[in-house]
Write a protein that binds this ligand. Sequence first.
Ligand code: PLP
Length: 387
Amino acid sequence: MDYARRIQQLPRYLFAELDAAKQQARQRGVDVIDLGVGDPDLPTPRHIVEALARGARDPSTHQYPSYEGDLEFREAVARMYRRVHGVRLDPHREVIALIGSKEGIAHAPLAFINPGERVLVPDPGYPVYRASTILAGGRPVEMPLREKNGFLPDLSKVRGGARLMFLNYPNNPTAAVAPRGFLREAVDFCRDRGVHLLHDFAYGEMGFDVRPPSVLSVPGARDAAVEFHSLSKTYCMTGWRLGFAVGNAELLAGLLKVKTNIDSGAFRAVQRAGIAALNGPRGPARKSLGVYRERRDLFVEGLRRLGLRFHPPRATFYVWVRVPRGSTSLGFSGRLLEGVGVVATPGVGFGRHGEGYVRFSLTKPRERIREALERMEDVLGAPKARQ
Ligand SMILES: *Cc1c(COP(=O)(O)O)cnc(C)c1O
């Protein structure tokens, strides 16, 4: 098939291959424990489901929604930002709705780069930054996230111009949280060089013992930055496809121009559910965060006993773990799957600087996580304490 060149230029999608390997293991009768995908196993809280049901029954939601999202939804976003992140937003100009944040991230380069222009992307990183740059004819330039720098890019090493910079904290896949000082440095860097800063804040409310800072809480950020955000992770709504972008009004207007020509907005009943999520009772989101914290504590203790190296995550539901000496990330994840039916995502799937790591996603119940740890002993040898 003669696909367009831009499709051929996309990097190979490792996760699709991983899915195939998982499938094969299941067909062989292996009881697979999938700690690979970052998709919450907990159901969407009830009050949100009820709001959708009510919205779906109201015929006024059945027609094309507005491109930018209902004002009530954008106001709910602004209220959440004020309450949680201490950031004031004008819901008319500084908030737009997205059909999931991936949609906005994927469309943004179309609004801001010309063919051949450079886009700074974190490596390892969420694969969409690189792919959307390529689809828009741009050139991804990787910013390595190194363990010795706390998985923050070293901006003093960035050479040459660029149109856009993607950042993502709390970070997928490393689970690193950026201190506000780093975000300030990034904003200054981008403002000085005329780079538009696109911050992916999908895990913004998923700090365990920290309040991860919004880039918009940094002075001057509004001149240069847009923040992408999502209902998916905080409220267990990955299937619902609802996100939003906030920040610089001109940048948002550019993105909206692209979107207006491609999609027709998020279903209004889903936006009403989003309002219930953002402004409704806090209990359910707090509870699911507590579940992830318990899983983290359990998993972290198990990894320690297994003698693996990692930094206990302070946010997100990921754990980024060094592979044992002498292994590659693909080799180690292959050994876990073929040997004991445990799925971890190989770090190279997130870029070449992810080599040497695997990512575990704690989106399975405690019993399954405990079982995965026990099985991993069979691959790694008995825990040190019992040798
Ligand atoms: C899950 C995730 C997203 C996408 O979220 P949606 O709103 O469901 O599209 C974006 N960025 C990162 C880093 C993610 O992990």
